[in-house]
Design a binder for this molecule. Structure first.
Ligand code: SIN
Ligand code: FE2
Length: 217
């Protein structure tokens, strides 16, 4: 009996790693969809090109960003906000591709957030050396919804701490196809990405793409 049970385990799905209370790393969850996800990425960034935003403090971010879905996250000298329009074109952000939405909803459900319906997806492009300083995702209206983060391309070190900035974050390698979902007690955890090491990925070359799904409005 016990042997049969173990034989069945792999069909239960990808490995779940609890990286903090409320934060789950789903190893390889997006991997089998990578070609479709990247095809849709080309369509989205043809309509809303990746660009380096300026922080309220006047720094140009090393990560290049764009968005899709009803709302997009933007930063400029006046602050951070969600906006229905791409400030570069004055037009709405591209629609969220169906395969992206479906992946985000399934990942959230796997992590225990069955109600998650994202209305914003931030696209982050990292080239070697690009990094994201420790921050909280707190521009969303309702913190009861989780954040779903999909990693593609070159691997990166993801820093994940607690809701106290002074707590030292733990380091987690995120590889192509990995998905992290954080909500509940982890929703306001400080997180960031260490400077991207150079490398060559079969599908994305010298790039890492991160898709971050939020319920923002
Ligand atoms: C983010 O915090 O918006 C991005 C995290 C990542 O690139 O893994
Ligand atoms: Fe973030």
């Amino acid at each position: 009996m016990t042997a049969d049970l173990f034989d069945d385990l792999p069909v239960l799905g990808p490995a779940h790693e609890l990286i903090a209370p409320g934060a789950v790393l789903l190893r390889g969850f997006a991997r089998e969809l990578d070609a479709a996800l990247l095809q849709a990425l080309d369509d989205v960034i043809a309509q809303a090109p990746l660009r380096h935003l300026v922080t309220p403090g006047g720094y140009t971010m090393s990560v290049a960003m764009s968005n899709c879905g009803p709302l997009g996250w933007v930063s400029d000298r006046s602050g951070y906000r969600y906006d229905a329009l791409d400030p570069r074109s004055g037009r709405p952000w591209p629609a969220m591709p169906a395969c992206w939405m479906d992946l985000a909803v399934r990942a959230a459900a796997q992590a225990g957030f069955a109600q998650f319906r994202p209305d914003a997806c931030l696209i982050n492009l990292y080239e070697p050396g690009a990094k994201l300083s420790l921050h909280q995702d707190k521009d969303e209206k309702d913190f009861s919804a989780p954040i779903v983060s999909v990693s593609l391309g070159l691997p990166a070190v993801f820093l994940f701490g607690t809701s106290h900035r002074s707590d030292r974050p733990r380091r987690h390698w995120l590889s192509h196809g990995d998905v992290v979902v954080w909500g509940g007690p982890a929703r306001l955890a400080y997180h960031g990405v260490a400077p991207l090491a150079d490398g060559e990925h079969a599908l994305l070359g010298r790039r890492r793409i991160n898709l971050t799904f939020r319920q923002a409005g």
